[in-house]
Design a protein around this ligand. Structure first.
Ligand code: GTP
Ligand code: MG
Ligand code: ZN
Length: 289
């Protein structure tokens, strides 16, 4: 029988089977000798007897994130707010780059539409011109949540975004109240920041969501200079059409990417961010030598 590991605690794995049962499993002894340790998100073959299971095999992983430590995540919903806090454009672009680098499908969710004053037009245009879907919603009033639900079907989804934008509020609205602690509650109880221990998958809308936010570190210094261009989907039509092979679309003449920026096909904001990251990566490399 097949299933997905939704939770792991002290050597036990909780597997949601294709016939919709939750089975407590142990890994077969041989996993201790192999490199592969089962992890949350893994699709596994199990044998069940008397409602207890044994994991016989882990199917090849399509992806593996370190933080959160979950396998087979297929998409990220990047959450920002219209206001309170204001959108930090560089942060938004960093999230986009990290998701692309990890081969995740991306949707940008703009929350707190109830507070919208119409001042984010340029950013919204930038997101669209880069080819990303954008969902406008309000997690408190409930508007715009159904398109988010639609996105969850058939995916393992991680929510990303800075503090205070309403990720937990949105997750609670989708999965039913009380799943995640929101800013309101931690303020009321006078508790410090809630740091979640082990990631767990929550079943929703014929898919799963990860209960912890993704990408706590937004460092991109492990991305190579030559790789960065591939994390910008709107560059792809132009790569390979520049005068020089190996063009990184910086100072080279006859660059098709820069030409597309001039013509307004590629957003100037995105290109400026690309150059900023390129220079950041280059200077890191120099100081390391
Ligand atoms: N006006 C308005 N406020 C919202 C909305 N969604 C969330 N909030 C409020 O924004 C604050 C932060 O929400 P959280 O859900 O805790 O934010 P978070 O993204 O989980 O923050 P961290 O856990 O710190 O990363 C809370 O006071 C929410 O009530 C919304 O759609 N409109
Ligand atoms: Mg939260
Ligand atoms: Zn070029």
């Amino acid at each position: 029988m097949q299933g997905t590991i939704v939770k792991g605690i002290a050597g036990f794995y909780y597997v949601k089977t294709t016939d919709n049962r939750l089975i407590e499993c142990k890994a077969r002894g041989k996993f201790r000798f192999d490199e592969l340790t089962p992890m949350v998100g893994d699709i596994v073959e199990i044998t069940v007897s008397k409602e207890k299971g044994v994991i016989d095999a882990v199917l090849p992983r399509k992806s593996q994130l370190a933080r959160p430590a979950v396998a087979n995540i297929t998409q990220a919903l990047i959450v920002f707010a219209y206001r309170s806090p204001d959108i930090n454009l560089e942060l938004l672009n960093r999230f986009l780059v990290l998701c692309e680098y990890n081969n995740l499908k991306v949707t940008v969710c703009l929350n707190k539409s109830d507070l919208d004053e119409g001042k984010n037009k340029e950013i919204i245009e930038m997101v669209h011109s880069a080819g990303y879907d954008l969902i406008s919603l309000s997690a408190v009033s409930g508007g715009g949540i159904s398109p988010v639900r639609e996105k969850l079907k058939g995916n393992i989804t991680v929510f990303c975004g800075p503090s205070g934008v309403g990720k937990s509020t949105l997750l609670n609205a989708i999965a039913g109240k009380g799943l995640m602690e929101t800013g309101d509650i931690s303020a009321r109880l006078g508790l410090g920041k809630h740091t979640t221990r082990h990631s767990e998958l929550i079943e929703v809308e014929e898919g799963f969501i990860v209960d912890t936010p993704g990408f706590s570190s937004l460092d991109i210094d492990y991305i190579k200079r030559e790789e960065l261009q591939y994390t910008f989907p709107e560059f792809q039509d132009f790569i390979g059409k520049c005068r020089f092979t190996g063009c990184i679309h910086h100072k080279e003449p006859g660059c098709a990417v820069k030409d597309a920026v001039e013509k307004g096909i590629i957003s100037k904001l995105r290109y400026e961010f690309y150059i900023k990251m390129l220079e950041e990566i280059s200077s890191l490399r120099r100081t390391r030598r």
